[in-house]
Design a protein around this ligand. Sequence first.
Ligand SMILES: Cc1cc2nc3c(=O)[nH]c(=O)nc-3n(C[C@H](O)[C@H](O)[C@H](O)COP(=O)(O)OP(=O)(O)OC[C@H]3O[C@@H](n4cnc5c(N)ncnc54)[C@H](O)[C@@H]3O)c2cc1C
Length: 442
Amino acid sequence: MPLNIVWRDNADPAIYEAARTSRLFNAQKPTQYPLAIAFVKDTSEVIDVIHLAIQMGCRISVRAGGHSYASWSVRDEAILIDMGELSEDASLDEDTGIVSVPPSITGKDLIEYLDTKGRVCSVGHCPDVGLGGFLLGGGMGWNCNNWGWACEQVVAIDLVTADGRFMRADTQQQSDLFWAARGAGPAFPGVVTRLYLKTKPAIQSMFSSGYVYPIRSYSTILQWTTTVSTSNDSIEVLAIGSYSADLKEPCVTVSVLAYGDNDDDARDVLQRIDASHPDGSLLQWKCEKTNMQQQLEKSGQSFPNNHRYYVDNLWLDDDMDLSLLGRAFNSLPTKKSLLLCQSMFPCSQRNLPNMALSVQSNRWLAMYAIWEEEADDSRCQATVHEVMAELQQHSKGSYLGELDFRARRGHYWGDDQYERLVSVRRKWDPLNRICGCVGLEM
Ligand SMILES: Cc1cc2nc3c(=O)[nH]c(=O)nc-3n(C[C@H](O)[C@H](O)[C@H](O)COP(=O)(O)OP(=O)(O)OC[C@H]3O[C@@H](n4cnc5c(N)ncnc54)[C@H](O)[C@@H]3O)c2cc1C
């Protein structure tokens, strides 16, 4: 079968544009124009495309799930390898509990597949995020603060190198590539064709409580979330600044999810938390039984498709004065925008495994500007930029999965990890064939 490639210079412009922007989550489309888009069906086609790029002397970019806000896959003059048509599905080895997945699989599809087998693994909060970009970036998945970074569940990857060789990387072979595959994000110097992940037994019991407060209470509420998350096990705590649909005013909502082995334990935790919640809530829900599919669906509603997005994030210093977050909570640029404040305790307190991902703290803050009209582009971007630039001095760095490297220089890896990543890239991709991080030359 010939390769399915759409060439910029001889395709019908509408077909080229559809291929260029296919499956991009952000409705604010990039202004970069690849030489071609190759829709690969299997690993041998990935190898063919890389050889073609070598012959033509051009670069390679990759699209797995298309969820990068900054559309990292779309690069001028590169051949874009789109993995959306990969033919092999997820497959669980029931003896080892290892699931192998194509990079383009979404979190929702993987959770549904594993659920049929009585298993679960870490996926992104938004249902359509692709496992490829998510895991390469580190992966702040559901219950990340307890289960650890999603990339910690990766036990091996298959990849094609920048010079077109197929290989496996794990702790025993090409271990430097395996190290990089857990946190390098777009700086990974190869094309991953398959990922092998540890799974866990399905969650037996999941309950949800939530408390909605006026936004002016943000500082008290955040202090409470610190107490709650450091004194209870098996919970995930997220404070969200948003315009509440029910109240028509900006609010701060605390969402607490309890993950347990049985209903009584999970309920007990939430009842203890309920007894300590600050007065003044405008709305609340308590101890509602839920499951991962429902939570993915709910989360998907907060991140609507066909909208324009601009995002930035910070790992806040552990001793930061929380009252300094006033501007962030009071600057939501539109009614659909969100400010997320996620507790990473206790994951933030333990030594991370030896992997590229290396920056975290007790509290992660992200501002998601979400809007529909092009006329609002500059205003929304400027708001996020100004808020984050002001808070940067109170942070240890940023999570690379949810930002645009062109917007602001940050600290995405520890100093040693950055140096190692640069040398892994030079070893495996000396000609800089794989596009890497747009706006961050390494
Ligand atoms: C609404 C929304 C919610 C999100 N929620 C979360 C969340 O809860 N937790 C979290 O950690 N992140 C989250 N993210 C961020 C997300 O994880 C990153 O944007 C990630 O890069 C998306 O992966 P993707 O494969 O869908 O994206 P793509 O745009 O397809 O990939 C991004 C880049 O990753 C690299 N890449 C991807 N696949 C491969 C491959 N097979 N080989 C080599 N390089 C590859 C390429 O450089 C590619 O351009 C969210 C993003 C959105 C839009």
